[in-house]
Design a protein around this ligand. Sequence first.
Ligand SMILES: *Cc1c(COP(=O)(O)O)cnc(C)c1O
Length: 377
Amino acid sequence: MPVPFVDLQAQYRSIKAEVDEAVQRVLDTSAFILGREVEAFERAFAEYVGASECVGVSNGTAAIQLALQACGVGAGDEVLVPANTFFATAEAVSTAGATPVFVDCGPSTYNLDAAKIDEVVTERTRAVIPVHLYGQPADLDAVFEVAKRHDLLVIEDAAQAHGARYKGSRVGARGVAGCFSFYPGKNLGAYGEGGAVVTNDAEVARRLRMLRDHGSEQKYRHELVGYNMRLEGIQGAVLGVKLKYLDDWNALRRRHAARYRELLAPLEESGALVLPVEADYAEHVYHLFVVQTDAREQLQRYLSAAGVQTGIHYPVPVHLQPAYAALGHREGDFPRAESQARRVLSLPMFAELTEHQLKYVADALADFYAEASAAAG
Ligand SMILES: *Cc1c(COP(=O)(O)O)cnc(C)c1O
């Protein structure tokens, strides 16, 4: 039985009539860039995360870059980012003109270890970007405590954590800005590129709206040199429909994660697999269900032959990427991030997964380890 890693078509089929109608409204009004559908989505999404403002932008990477720039972070500044994140978190720091400074992750979750921030803060450090990696909120109390001591801005990278809660509150709204991606495969995905920044700071929101639109508030008057990083009307319309289903989809992801835990418990107990740890402060939304194993390459090949698609998020930590060679990092600098990069494997995870598929994936994993131990004699 083939089990895809994600199934965007199954989701589309479940909301087709509503999405088609929303897209048709955009076609009928020709509001292709920003416009009413985008504004309506911005209001709904701000309310959803509990922020006063939301500014729709062209993608999640732009969201982070513009958030930094709207807060005045740029050339000469250092910004702390996790060593184990998608490349875009650090890349956006660089394209904002600042320098990323890496921090290793904690021992049990995959999120940035706030206790390591003191070691790397300098007089140039302006901000820290906790990433709610795989859908699990970072330990925000710990991050904010250190940030306050060093007078750092906190900009959340919530690109994988739409709707996740930290101690009851949805992530994204606590720092000076929270950044979201609506890449199609994310928990809330557009039908193309999309992103947003949420904030409770009206001045930051005003600068974001200018930066995304050629530095302009008033047509043909340019207060600053900005960008063309606007959210499209069709994406706003699609996102407006999908936002209504996000909590249901996240609840299904949580249910599938719980089922994986039951089915994979024997492999966890035997030490073959490390399952994700859900921190007591977190309501994880399982953008990804990531396990760790010593036999990652063999296991991935075995699952692939059985028709089960998996992913690796991410095979090379950011500090060891060729693009950051000039920063002079070496293997060994961030041992936890490096060990995880060798061991992590993401299993199929999406709201429409069936019990049949979950069972099939778990059985394939069990078969792999049974055959491996038989071969080892
Ligand atoms: C997806 C993602 C981004 C970038 O979002 P895009 O919309 O693809 O530009 C940034 N950070 C993290 C953690 C992501 O997963």
